[in-house]
Design a protein around this ligand. Structure first.
Ligand SMILES: *Cc1c(COP(=O)(O)O)cnc(C)c1O
Length: 384
């Protein structure tokens, strides 16, 4: 007889603590989004689900401010959105100019290499934005380059780069652009059509305040044309947009769909709800709310002796990277106390900034004045 190994200790149900998430992501989830997750699961080709996906595309187009038909939600986290853009657009031997001013620019370099492309890396100090002058020098000295890739909002440092200027430069030098908007989307303006962005990806769990695990993506007609001219198949079967689009449809409402993979049905309900909340609030109100909360937090943090890593004109409201007050040496212990005593999560520094800075997130539903005040009180209390 076939029998499984006996269970010695039955697993208890997991009861997560109720935290306040004020780190680099995930952010607190909107209650309506959590409720949407528990709605009845339907088939991933159910006509009602397909109708929801059509709406989801329109909502995603609103978030990105684009009419791009190739706009969809990748069934995997932001890193998969990044990979979708690179594997579809970069072919072996392609030169790609990659701007690196933090962790995520470094991941773009990795992506180019793994696609067989040739990365031309332009480095900037961590905490600084990408300098368009240095990018123009690279574009001039590499006339063969086909793509310019950069991170709009570098979550490892809290620096915002000038996406509009960088995209205009790329066009001037005949390059497509790949833009990381994982942390920027809904927190600061991201205008895909107006700025002429060719390929952009974001994440569900930052300023959209949806559960982690999805990545909205959008590609311009120029990017689609580049994919159609590929000499070789995309090396990733799962992320090959020519296949994925057979499931998402060709961008026309009600277009025919066929099975590619089983969509994360309930997670997509959650995304639909998060984007609906964004649409109802309005992008401009969302940007302003993030900015107001940032200013409130900044005043309080500076009064406690924290100093910002990034110069004021390049600071992201949704990601506050701050040096600890002079004399504070046990930052890991303080963060642990914030978690244990206040159920408050803030982020640590990465790389060279590890142990030196905190990254305090004000993303999506977390960006509320009462959270700012709670966070300042908690930090004041553990510092004293
Ligand atoms: C969080 C983040 C990612 C990766 O997203 P995951 O959902 O963690 O895979 C990529 N780029 C930036 C700028 C990010 O902040």
């Amino acid at each position: 007889m076939i029998s499984p190994k006996p269970v010695t200790t039955p697993a208890p149900a997991f009861a997560p603590p109720q935290r306040k998430l004020m780190g680099p992501g995930p952010s607190d989830i909107y209650p309506e989004v959590l409720a949407a997750l528990s709605r009845p699961t339907v088939g991933h080709l159910d006509p009602e689900f397909v109708r929801m996906m059509d709406e989801l595309r329109v909502l995603t187009q609103y978030a990105f401010q684009t009419d791009n038909r190739l706009t969809m939600v990748v069934s995997a986290p932001g890193s998969a959105g990044m990979e979708t853009c690179f594997v579809n657009l970069v072919e072996a031997g392609d030169q790609v100019i990659v701007c690196r001013n933090g962790v995520f620019g470094g991941r773009m370099v990795e992506n180019v290499e793994r696609c067989g492309g040739i990365p031309i890396v332009v480095d900037f100090p961590w905490g600084s934005p990408v300098d368009p002058n240095k990018v123009e020098d690279a574009l001039k000295s590499h006339p063969e380059a086909r793509i310019l890739a950069f991170v709009h909002a570098e979550t490892s440092t809290g620096a915002r780069s000038d996406a509009q200027t960088l995209c205009a430069l790329a066009q001037q030098y005949n390059c497509l652009t790949i833009v990381d908007a994982v942390t920027s989307l809904a927190g600061v303006p991201v205008l895909v059509d107006e700025w002429g962005i060719d390929a952009i990806y974001s994440g569900s769990q930052k300023c959209l305040s949806c559960v982690p695990g999805l990545s909205p993506v959008s590609l311009s007609e120029r990017a689609v044309a580049r994919i159609q001219q590929r000499k070789n198949k995309v090396q990733s079967w799962f992320l090959d947009l020519s296949l994925v689009m057979q499931y998402w449809g060709d961008g026309l409402v009600g277009s025919k769909r066929s099975y590619h993979h089983t969509a994360p049905v309930n997670t997509l309900y959650a995304m639909h709800e998060a984007l609906r909340i964004l649409q109802t609030e309005g992008l401009e109100n969302s940007w302003n709310r993030h900015q107001r909360c940032h200013e409130r937090l900044r005043d309080g943090l500076e009064a406690l002796g924290f100093r910002y890593l990034v110069d004021i004109e390049y600071r992201l409201p949704q990601l506050n990277a701050v040096f600890l007050p002079a004399g504070v040496t046990d930052e890991a212990n303080l963060r642990r106390r914030l978690l244990d005593e206040f159920n408050l999560e803030v982020g640590s520094g990465l790389g060279d900034l590890s142990g030196k800075i905190w990254r305090i997130g004000l993303m999506g539903y977390s960006a509320r004045p009462e959270n700012v005040d709670f966070c300042l009180d908690a930090i004041g209390s553990v510092l004293s």
